[in-house]
Design a protein around this ligand. Structure first.
Ligand code: NAD
Ligand code: UDP
Length: 341
């Protein structure tokens, strides 16, 4: 069920990892797309790469989602039909050290954006949420009905964001809001031109493994092998970023088609352990990937696996790519271009 009439979509944070892939997917679905990004966590070179992939100029507004006047200009100049709101700070550890930054960007920024949308009469939004809203879930695979549990300020901002949006939808039926709870995005675009590109030493497993494969880091620390999981290491539901991007196209289509909101997990419904990820990456890069077992990472959740049923039912969303394709596309990206981006 894809909405066929082209729309004009604003992607906040559209130069980032998931935003850039969604830009491509939305363009391929025939929509006009404008990116708003302050480039606090993206390289400007991504814009030329998006132009290379799509074969057309990429409209970019450089600026901050907390800038009221700028947002008003964007909505007036571009006559936006809907927003996909990616722009946020997303590092769990950093959020523990600097919670105010997270409240400012993730909550303040969301409020400023929603106010500007309301002023402009644009009341369709897809919100990037996260499996982290479930904290340590009681149920695996985890359904959307599982309760919220904040584990850190980052997770708290996603919960608050979702709650704000739910109240907003209740206040005025003109709002149609899609909440997408991503599990663990991984991999890169098939072109090898865009992908995840962390500026510092990565916190997340897949980009860390990629840097070890490149020889930029010595070895992978596996954070604990004494969890109650098949091989004792943490299990996650990794989802290919191209599948994830397609989920946004479907979510927007559903909002336009029905005028009704939805809240769904985006995952595969299948979990892989840390050791399975390392083994898959090794197959992809054909290099040795030294690793050693260390203590558990404080605050880590043993298992996150999505119940993928609701996304299939509501959006017709099913993932197409598995772990091997995530690792192969990641390796293609980091080994060809990632280093020089
Ligand atoms: P990212 O950091 O690559 O992308 C975010 C983009 O937003 C960046 O390009 C950054 O420059 C921009 N940005 C940040 N603050 C801004 C501001 N104040 N004004 C304008 N632009 C700003 O992150 P991502 O991995 O693409 O994540 C996108 C969204 O998905 C985020 O909301 C994140 O919380 C959520 N999410 C990500 C993951 C993941 O593992 N990557 C998992 C679940 C949810
Ligand atoms: N992990 C690991 N070493 C690393 C990074 C992560 O063993 O250098 C483990 C982590 O404990 C978890 C899994 O890999 O079990 C995924 O971690 P990531 O940070 O990528 O995702 P999140 O924990 O946020 O779901």
């Amino acid at each position: 069920m894809v909405y066929r009439v082209p729309k004009r979509i604003l992607l906040t944070g559209g130069a980032g990892y998931i935003g850039s892939h969604t830009y491509v997917a939305l363009r391929q679905a025939g929509h006009d797309v404008v990116i708003l990004d302050n480039f606090s966590n993206a390289r400007r070179s991504v814009v030329a790469r998006l132009e290379q992939i799509t074969g057309a100029p990429v409209p970019v507004v450089e600026g901050d989602i907390r800038d009221n006047a700028l947002l008003d200009r964007v909505f007036t100049d571009h006559r936006i039909d809907a927003v996909v709101h990616f722009a946020a700070l997303k590092a769990v550890g950093e959020s523990m050290a600097k919670p105010l930054d997270y409240f400012d960007v993730n909550i303040g920024g969301l409020t400023t954006l929603l106010r500007a949308m309301d002023r402009a009469g644009c009341r369709r939004i897809v919100f990037s949420s996260s499996a982290t809203v479930y904290g340590v879930p009681d149920e695996t695979p985890t359904p959307e009905t599982a309760p919220f549990r904040a584990m850190n300020p980052y997770g708290q901002t996603k919960i608050l964001g979702e709650e704000m949006l739910a109240w907003l939808a209740q206040s005025n039926p003109d709002w149609a809001i899609g909440v997408l709870r991503y599990f663990n995005p991984a991999g890169a675009h098939r072109s090898g031109l865009i992908g995840e590109d962390p500026a510092d030493i990565p916190n997340n497993l897949m980009p860390f493994v990629a840097k070890v494969a490149l020889g930029e880091l010595d070895r992978i620390a596996v954070f604990g092998d004494d969890y109650d999981t098949p091989d004792g290491t943490g299990v996650r539901d990794y989802i290919h970023v191209e599948d994830l991007a397609r989920g946004h196209v479907l979510s927007l289509g559903r909002l336009f088609e029905t005028g009704q909101g939805h809240c769904v997990n985006l995952g595969t419904g299948r979990g892989y352990s840390v050791l399975e990820v390392i083994a898959a990456y090794k197959r992809a890069c054909n290099r040795d990937l030294p690793h050693h077992i260390t203590d558990r990472r404080p605050g880590d959740v043993p298992i996150y696996v999505a119940s993928a049923d609701k996304a299939a039912e509501v959006l017709g969303f099913r993932t197409e790519k598995g772990l091997d394709e995530m690792c192969a596309s990641s390796w293609n990206w980091v080994s060809n271009i990632g280093e020089t981006a």
